[in-house]
Design a protein around this ligand. Sequence first.
Ligand code: DGL
Length: 269
Amino acid sequence: MNNNQPIGLFDSGVGGLTVANAIAKAMPNERLIYFGDTAHLPYGDKSADLIKGYAENITKFLLQNNCKAVVIACNTASSVAFEVVQDICADNAIAFNVIDPVVKKIVDQEYHKVGIIGTLGTIGSNVYYDKIKTAKPSIRAYSLATPLLAPMIESGFVHGQISELVIENYLVNDILEEIEAIVLGCTHYPLIKKQIEQLYLRLNKSVEVLATNEIAADFVKKVLEEKGLAATQKSTEPHHFFVSDYTASFEQTTRLFYGAEVKLERVSL
Ligand code: DGL
C-alpha cells in the first residue's frame, strides 16, 4: 500500500455519494473510485446473505483498481458485510465502515441516551445497538426503522410539507423521547439533516444530529494520516464513478447527493 493509491467506496446506489463528497472535502488530494450497485438497489430490504455476496464482488473490483482503502459508504452494507470486506481486503487495503466512527463519537461525547434511524436492514441487524452497548453498556440506545425516508429523499422530497410531515411522523415517537443525539444511519439522511435539526428546534428539544458521512470522512482521514497513507499531493487523475446499471435519472440524482452532477460509467461485475 502507498499514499498515491486511490480510495475505493461503494454503496447500493448513488446515495453513498454523500460519503464520497464528505471524503473529497476532508481529503482534497485523494483520488476516489466509487461503485454504486444500482442494479441491486435498494439494499435496505435485502437479506444479509445477498448483500454479503454483492459486497464481495465489489470489494474485489475496487482492489483490482488498486485501492488502498475500501470504504463501505452504505449503512446497510456496513451493518451486515463489514467482516466480508475486511477478509477480502486482508493486508492489501484498509477496510472502513460508516458505523464504527459514529459509535466512537457517541462514546467520546459521553451521551447517555441516543436514537438511531436507518433502513429496515440496518435497524434489523441491531449492529448500532450492539456496538454501542459493547463499547459502553451504560448508554441507552433506541433504534427506529424509517424505510420511507430513503425513497422520499431520492424522489426529491427534501424540503417542504411532505418531507416535514414524514420526518415528524417518524421522529415524534415515544421511544425517541429525551435522547441527546440521533444517528442518521443511512447514506441519504444527511440531505435532511437541517430539516431534522429544525424539527427539534420547533419542539424546543436539544438533540445533536449526527451525520454519518462527515464523521466517517474525518475517521478515514485520521487513520490514513496515522498510517502514512494519506495523499500528500493532489492526484492528476480524475475520480471515477462506476455503477452496475446506468440510467440518465441515476446520473441526474448524483447532483442531489454529490452536490454536482458526475459522469457515471457502467461496469458489470
Ligand atoms: N445506502 C442505503 C443505506 O445507507 C440506503 C439505500 C438502500 O436501501 O439501498 O442504508
